[in-house]
Ligand binder design. Structure first.
Ligand SMILES: C[S@@+](CC[C@H](N)C(=O)[O-])C[C@H]1O[C@@H](n2cnc3c(N)ncnc32)[C@H](O)[C@@H]1O
Length: 214
């Protein structure tokens, strides 16, 4: 149960009152734990998955971008929420995304997902579609670059989601100077100072920020 910002009793209560993942997502979580070892912690949590499906259903986007696909949990959740439109995934790893590809087929969503392999700063720069919804969940030091690339492509009223923006709460402690925490803190400061957007930080899992382009 990945709920770094809640005490365990509240976290359990939240999970018990959130629609649970289906057997396919449970299997993906189990397989990722088996093959990825400590990297399995990179996977989003089931409540975040439910959130991604719901927000996709609510927005009915045509063009969705995901930066950071790993073994596919978030992409399956987004793709399942689509009613038309395409999810464009960007990741650097053939190894992890080969698992994602298999689950897109098993989930019956492979026809609405594309995957581009390579460093996302380069691959995103060549993406030339207007984006309705985006999810950033890759290397944290590149969040500002991904943000600018996606803001250039996001339509007014479009939504950008960024994961791990509370870093277990460490961002709120100025004495915490671990590299990734400092990078995320800088990203959060950049976003809140941007007059182009409205921002809401959700204390779900490791923190997820909703950024709406005005
Ligand atoms: C936190 S994981 C993504 C988890 C995924 N959203 C999920 O639900 O399972 C981060 C991913 O970012 C990818 N990544 C790291 N650096 C990258 C880069 N420079 N360009 C593209 N992808 C990158 C990694 O290969 C990894 O799969």
């Amino acid at each position: 149960m990945k709920a770094y910002l809640l005490d365990s009793a509240v976290a359990r209560y939240v999970f018990e009152h959130t629609t649970p993942p289906d057997p396919l997502l449970e299997q993906l979580e189990k397989e990722t734990a088996e093959i990825a070892g400590e990297n399995a912690a990179m996977q989003i949590s089931p409540d975040q998955g439910r959130f991604l499906t719901m927000i996709t259903q609510l927005m009915a986007p045509q063009v969705v971008v995901e930066v950071g696909t790993f073994t596919g949990y978030s992409s399956v959740c987004i793709a399942r929420g689509l009613s038309g439109g395409t999810l464009h995934c960007f990741d650097i790893s053939e190894r992890w995304t080969s698992v994602a590809r298999r689950y897109w087929h098993e989930a019956g969503v492979a026809d609405r997902v594309t995957l581009t392999i390579g460093p996302a700063k380069e691959t995103l720069a060549t993406f030339d579609q207007t984006v309705d919804l985006a999810f950033i969940d890759a290397d944290k030091g590149s969040y500002p670059a991904y943000y600018e690339l996606l803001m250039d492509r996001l339509r007014p009223g479009g939504l950008l989601l960024a994961d791990n923006t509370l870093r277990r709460g460490w961002v709120a402690d100025p004495a915490h100077e671990e590299t990734t925490t400092v990078e995320i803190r800088q990203f959060n400061d950049l976003v809140i100072a941007d007059p182009r957007v409205s921002v809401l930080m959700l204390p779900v899992a490791d923190g997820m920020t909703m950024i709406r382009k005005n």
